[in-house]
Design a protein around this ligand. Sequence first.
Ligand code: FES
Length: 109
Amino acid sequence: MPAQLTLLVGRLSDLPVGGVLTVNPPGQQAISIFHTEDGLYAVDDTCTHQDASLADGWLEGCVVECPLHESCFDLRTGAVSGPPAKRALRTHRVDVRGDEILLTPSADS
Ligand code: FES
């Protein structure tokens, strides 16, 4: 099993509640980190329905709504909470150390 890479991707002070930070880790597709009222959650940025960036969507609580056809995803689990998407998003580990946002991309494909 390959070692998991943890990346310093930003500063918490630069990511207010309601904000989103999109990063492109090496060898991975884009990952978006959403700052919800419950904390930070990281998921693949591309909607599993078609090709839309969820960073351009709408955040409500821990749910993000896709800007293209309005699928909803629970950021805590990646699960679809509203159609038309059927496949869950990959989730990724995100930690905060002081003011640093640390992302550990999932090794699952
Ligand atoms: S691309 Fe996201 S719902 Fe269609």
